[in-house]
Design a protein around this ligand. Structure first.
Ligand code: ZN
Length: 142
């Protein structure tokens, strides 16, 4: 199903729309690439690392790596849609470069208890991430 950015924006509730627009205006859309109808970007939200956003207009699919699940469209997707509509020039590249290394320093400052609690929460919210993590860890010992 072909998707228009305007219809994607129409799916967001008013507050999400407002926040996404603010993110875009603040320059939170850090890296953006467009290849035909596939948009990719990294968006700096409140987390210490940017979220990855992908919108496929041909397939009518989109996703964001943030944990937002309260509606079909999060503020990061809104920010990218706004960017694509209002500043298409930032999507000049065809592909995103390799992921910039994540800054893990804030994690090192946590106590063991806090870190464990953080990981449990992450495991509950993002089981696929923990699977990936465990998989990568196992690869190192093979
Ligand atoms: Zn998001």
């Amino acid at each position: 199903m072909r998707l228009e950015l305007e219809s994607l924006l129409a799916l967001a509730d008013e507050r999400v729309l407002e926040r996404g627009k603010t993110l875009f205006l603040r320059g939170a859309v850090l890296e953006a690439a467009r290849s035909r109808n596939r948009l990719q970007a990294r968006v700096q939200g409140s987390a210490p690392f940017p979220y990855r956003v992908e919108i496929d207009l041909n397939k009518g699919e989109w996703r964001c790596s943030c944990p937002y699940t309260w509606g079909p469209v999060c503020k990061h997707l809104v920010a990218v849609a706004f960017a694509a509509l209002e500043a298409p020039e930032i999507f000049a590249r065809k592909k995103l470069g390799r992921s910039t290394p994540v800054n893990l320093k804030p994690l090192l400052e946590l106590s063991d208890d806090e870190l464990l609690r953080f990981l449990w929460q992450l495991a509950e919210e993002r089981p696929e991430l923990m699977e990936e993590f465990a998989y990568n860890l196992m690869q190192r010992y093979e």
